[in-house]
Structure formats: C-alpha cells, structure tokens
Design a protein around this ligand. Structure first.
Ligand SMILES: O=C(O)CCC(=O)C(=O)O
Ligand SMILES: [Fe+2]
Length: 353
C-alpha cells in the first residue's frame, strides 16, 4: 500500500471536525470530504473531532477495560476462544505476533493482552451467516461490563458508518455506495492492554507492544490513552509517534480501502512500542480498535474511477472473508502471510535502517 508523507521529519495526523456532516450545509459537507480525501492520500490516519460521542460513554468504557484487565490471569484465561482461529474472547500477553500478518517473522511474541468481541451470526437472524466467520461472543461475569462494551460498539460503529458516507462522497460516489458492502459487516472491537512493569519487564529492542501491521478491513476507529507507544511508518521510511489530541478519536484506513482505490488511499503501517513515559520508564497503556471490516462475502475490486487509463489494478479482486482469513492466519495462528510481499519489504527496510 502507499506511504504517509512527512515534512521535515514530522508527520502530522490531520485533525478533522466532522460535526457539520450531520447539521451543516452542502458546502460544509464538501469541505469535510475534501479534508478526508487529502488525509487519506497523504497519511492514512486522521483525528476526528466533533464525533458526538459523549465523554461519559468513553469513561464508562475505559472503566470496563480496567475492570476486565484487572482480573486475575487465570480468570481471563478461562475466556479464551476454543481455538485461535476464532477471533473472540481473551488473548493472554505474548501470544500473538502481528507482523506475521504481513509476512515478517518477529523475534518475540507481542507484549499486549486483548479481549475481542464482534458481530455474531445471531445478530442477523434472517441471513443464515456462517458461525465460523460470525462466532458468538464470550463475556466475563463482571457487572456492567457487557453494557459498557456494547454501548462503545454502538457509538464507534455508528462513527465508522458515518465515515463511510464521507469516504463515498470524497471518492465521487453516492453517499450510500458502501452500504451493500457493510449491511452485515463483520465488525470486531479489540480491547488492548499493554501491561504495567510489575507484571512484565520490557526486554530490549526486539520486544514490540504490538508488531507492525496494517489494519485488514475498511476503517478502524481507535480509542487510545494519551501515552506514547503508537507509531506509524512514513513515506520517509521512519517511524513517527502518534498521540491523539484531547477529545479526538484516531481513525485509520484499512487494506480494503487501499484495494478499492488502487492504493491511492493509504492503509498505513503502524506498530506499538512497549509504552514508556518521557523518562523511558515502562508504563501501562490501553487502547481499543473498532474494526469495521465489511460483509464477509462482499467482493472487493478496484473502483472503476481508480484504475489508470489503459492500466491494470494493482490488486486482484478478493472477498472480505478471504482477505481477513489470510491476515488472521498470520497474526493469530502463527502462519506467515505470503500475500503481502511489498509491505513485508518496506517493514524490513525500516527495521534495517
Ligand atoms: O494500541 C494501539 O494504539 C494500536 C492498536 C492497533 O493497531 C490494533 O489493535 O490494530
Ligand atoms: Fe492496528
């Protein structure tokens, strides 16, 4: 996929206020779409202001994360899925290597622990969706946890859908263009905890909080503590720190938008270093990535307007299910994904430099 461009070594993640998408006029909507288009072509990450999600909703969700990750390890381990192929439930620290999703082996397992919930076949009783792709959620018996997490899924999912309207407009399409690709979208919320030092010690450069990867789906809404750790790979081949501004949510584009746009929009590579404070001491960090991935059976091929005259699309057509399966086999089941050679080469170049 493409490159995020840095000027003078600084890579700014544009702040875009989308409040006028709903309550503004035509000129406001055009301006928002233009800003999103520009950020999508140059950085692939945005910071969204005016998203309308109440601070209290985020606070209740953060409290739910703390309650869950604060449980004894054995209690959390009881919530592991029946097999790693099922993208639900608990992942203990040091069990996944995200860089395998783009075909690069890592020296050590990633530091993070995670808890995943997502779309279930039973959410769409009329559609007879396959249980393997839409598995049932696993819930801890923690009072209020499920309610707070489901509320976060509702608001983050709502924001993701609003963003797809803006994307369609930015790409010169009808605002509802992406609806048929997302009306039984396989969405997943991955709640992540990078454990504090008394539970884990940071062991040298090879240890990643979360290894380098691109996100697999359409768009990710990322809530994160304002603690350094997240970095994105710029077109200059260097890693750049990203911290969300107060009140903003980070948003990044996934591989499917890059495929649709023939890599005109960027699915930017990112990673998380073991979080540290300004004095280099290991600290704890929390994040939650809401992945809006599209219908598992949706066909994704280059948009007609994005193929160069007389040229071929860079990516062959695929389905959401096929793309996700190759990526998840890498990160979760430890099988090197051989499907992403250009990204693997970029990551190796960044690591050598
Ligand atoms: O922890 C973060 O800030 C990023 C997490 C992430 O990239 C992911 O879950 O895909
Ligand atoms: Fe990610």
């Amino acid at each position: 996929m493409g490159r995020a461009m840095a000027a003078d070594g600084v890579l700014e993640v544009p702040v875009i206020d989308i409040s006028a998408w709903r309550d503004g006029g035509e000129a406001d909507r055009a301006a928002i779409a233009a800003q999103v288009d520009d950020a999508a072509r140059t950085v692939g990450f945005l910071q969204i202001r005016g998203h309308g999600i109440p601070e209290a909703t985020a606070e209740a969700f953060a409290a739910a994360l703390d309650a869950f990750f604060g449980l004894p390890l054995e209690e959390k381990k009881a919530l592991r899925p029946p097999s790693p192929g099922i993208n639900r439930g608990y992942t203990p620290p040091r069990t996944e290597k995200l860089s395998l999703s783009l075909g690069v082996a890592a020296a050590a397992e990633d530091l993070f622990e995670a808890f995943n919930v997502g779309s279930q076949a039973t959410d769409f009783p009329d559609l007879d969706l396959p249980e393997a792709h839409y598995p049932a959620n696993i819930w801890p018996s923690l009072p209020g946890f499920r309610e707070a997490v489901e509320e976060w899924c509702a608001v983050a999912g709502g924001l993701a859908r609003r963003l797809t309207e803006i994307f369609a407009r930015a790409l010169g399409l009808e605002e509802g263009y992406f609806v048929p690709f997302t009306d039984h979208s396989l969405d997943v919320l991955r709640m992540v905890h990078y454990p504090p030092p008394e539970e884990e010690t940071v062991t040298g450069r090879a240890q990643m909080g979360m290894g380098a990867h691109t996100d697999y789906g359409i768009v990710t809404v990322l809530w994160a503590d304002r603690v350094p750790g997240l970095q994105i790979l710029g077109g200059d081949g260097a890693w750049h720190d990203v911290l969300p501004e107060p009140g903003c949510l980070l948003v990044n584009l996934g591989d499917l938008l890059a495929r649709w746009t023939n890599d005109q929009w960027l699915s930017t590579m990112h990673r998380v270093l073991p979080p540290a404070d300004e004095r280099g001491r290991a600290v704890r960090r929390r994040s939650a990535a809401y992945f809006h991935d599209g219908n598992w059976d949706a066909e994704i091929s280059c948009l007609p307007g994005c193929v160069p005259d007389g040229g071929e699309p860079l990516h062959p057509p695929t389905t959401v299910g096929r793309h996700l399966a190759a990526k998840l086999a890498g990160s979760r089941a430890g099988r090197l994904n051989a499907d992403s050679p250009r990204e693997a080469a970029r990551l190796r170049a960044a690591e050598d430099g």
